[in-house]
Design a protein around this ligand. Structure first.
Ligand code: 13P
Length: 261
């Protein structure tokens, strides 16, 4: 366990992906706000689809739950049909943004380079980026987990000047380890597997800045449910979770948040 582990507040993020509509969101958000009202020892974030960020602002604005985007474009404005700029997210009160999610990488051909550019744009806009990294099943089976995770991290870290690294620290950048083989599959990494990769990520950050490494939150994502969250969150370098499917059920999500509280 690192000496400062207890200083890091746990963080639980619900990634709704492409799910929801106005009326079901309203119920889900109301239930979550009510269910989390007594939890004060961790940070909670909901990332709904972009069209519902306005609704999230309306329904979460008076709560301690933050909201964020599921992606962002690296450019500030221009002829980029379908894209969303970082300042548009902050306009809607977002404080977080997911970057480099494996679904964006695999299904939409986004790369380490776009993740790096978007990371830069996000921190400059004052958003807290949550950079997702993780290996596919084939890479996992080939023993390439650390190689892949390192390359995904280095692509972003290498483009960060020292000045921007300080900005990233100020906005409390977050890393999310999401093994692709665990996303939406019901197959969770064991707490020990997650811990090993989280420790690897933290050591990688320490190579750049050891103080930063102690403070940065590294959350785990991939088939977290109410019944496995506690053991994962108990690992010394697992600072919370990025929740997909289970964040669409108030009961499940609240139970996961409770495990982090
Ligand atoms: P699941 O929790 O559905 O496996 O999804 C994880 C994820 O991709 C969160 O970003």
């Amino acid at each position: 366990m690192t000496a400062t582990q207890n200083k890091r507040r746990k963080l639980v993020v619900g990634n709704w992906k492409m799910h929801g509509d106005l009326s079901s969101n309203q119920r889900l958000l109301a239930d979550i706000v009510k269910g989390l009202s007594e939890f004060n020892r961790a940070d909670y974030v909901i990332c709904p689809p972009t069209p519902y960020l306005f609704q999230a602002r309306e329904l979460l604005g008076d709560s301690k739950i933050a909201w964020g985007g599921q992606n962002v474009n690296q450019f500030e404005k221009g002829a980029f049909t379908g894209a969303v700029a970082a300042h548009m997210l902050t306009d809607l009160g977002c404080t977080y943004v997911l970057l480099g999610h494996s679904e964006r990488r695999v299904l939409f051909h986004e790369t380490n380079l776009t993740a790096a550019a978007r990371f830069d744009a996000s921190i400059k806009a004052g958003l807290t980026p949550i950079l997702c990294v993780g290996e596919t099943l084939a890479e996992h089976d080939a023993g390439l987990t650390e190689v892949i995770v390192a390359s995904q991290m280095d692509a972003v870290m290498a483009t960060l000047s020292d000045e921007n690294f300080s900005v990233a620290m100020q906005v409390n950048m977050v890393f999310a380890y999401e093994p692709v083989w665990a996303v939406g599959t019901g197959k969770t990494a064991t707490p020990e597997q997650a811990q090993a990769v989280h420790e690897f990520i933290r050591n990688r950050i320490a190579r750049r800045n050891s103080e930063a490494a102690d403070h940065v939150r590294i959350i785990y994502g991939g088939s977290i449910k109410a019944n496995n969250a506690k053991k994962l969150f108990a690992m010394p370098d697992v600072d919370g979770g990025l929740i997909g499917g289970a964040s669409l059920s108030a009961e499940e999500f609240i139970a996961i948040c409770k495990a982090a509280n």
